[in-house]
Ligand binder design. Sequence first.
Ligand code: ADP
Ligand code: MG
Length: 377
Amino acid sequence: MAQRVPVGDASGGSKRTSRVRVAVRLRPYMDKQDEKGEGPCVRGLGSQKLEIINWRNATETLQYQFDVFHDEKTTQQEVFLSSVKPVLPHILKGQNASVFAYGPTGAGKTHTMLGSQEQPGVIPRAVREVFHLVRTEEKEQDDWEYSVGMSYLEIYNEKVLDLLSPGSQDLPIREDKDRNIIIPGLTHVPLSSFSDFDTHFIPASLNRTTASTKLNQRSSRSHAILLIKVVRSQRSPPRRQQTGKLYLVDLAGSEDNRRTGNQGIRLKESGAINLSLFTLSKVVDSLNTGVGGRVPYRDSKLTRLLQDSLGGSAHSVMITNIAPEYKYYFDTFTALNFAAKSRQIVNQPFVRETVVAPVTVAGKRAREEKEAGGSGE
Ligand code: ADP
Ligand code: MG
């Protein structure tokens, strides 16, 4: 694949533009998401591929390939080990990284990033690992000392809001003379341990996620962004200092809000979310295929914020979450077309005892779209 050098973009002085690694995670099939008892319409094929029924022609399946495919049995630990842990050592060396969860509402983004007490996700595991790496470094050599801190923010309706300072106004995004992206006024909390992190993060994240996951809730329309900053300083002259940033992002739902009966203000909000998500997809596309010249970081708040931590010399991973039930079909299809390295049509029916007849699939979908479009909330 062609590697490109972005023109006039923050690549941290590096000439290399790195790809965004794309992993896809399929969540387990859930009975309650399948009122009609149709069974799943997606299934895995090994560690890089999956197939989904072709709605245009049910005698065919569409097979997609990614950097990594995590099937529905994949544990939180496995996702962390394969997709996130490898990027963390770079943060201690003054490099930047970003991990995103992408996908429709209900497909498992928050489960992947945050998880639960019993099944902690990427965020708590990554923070634990950062502290572990810092302790190990400090034990093995004493030239550098490290400090860790966090910020937590949200992009909602193209506004940047500080989640550690409730009631704050839209914050500006700036670039310093070294092309680092900064947010003046954003709360930064120094952390000395994982439990320190827990103390500050859990209340702020609960604040945001206690609302139900029903479509159109604020949490499905905003991007939640956790920033972990690691600063290392040389103990003796020349006392160099390096800062590494890790962004852990639970993105807004990728569903097409035009199909959920949004009206008025809601429609405006969905449109704004789509600007950041839509621009993110253009940026990722541009980094991964090299088509289209300029990388459009400046076209949305999210991509502007991530400019120094996505592409360039940064290490980026996108975990695309998908759900197997038919009611997610179109959002899954759209997400896969974005995430895939390649797609192939295979002339063989999606074999399952529960599969519906070819005509019914397309017909049913059209019916659902009509219902969704006309029903409002
Ligand atoms: P999203 O944040 O994308 O809207 P959630 O993370 O809230 O989706 O997931 C929707 C539901 O599915 C939640 O009840 C969540 O616990 C469950 N879920 C998601 N992924 C998994 C998984 N891999 N294993 C078990 N349950 C999951
Ligand atoms: Mg969520």
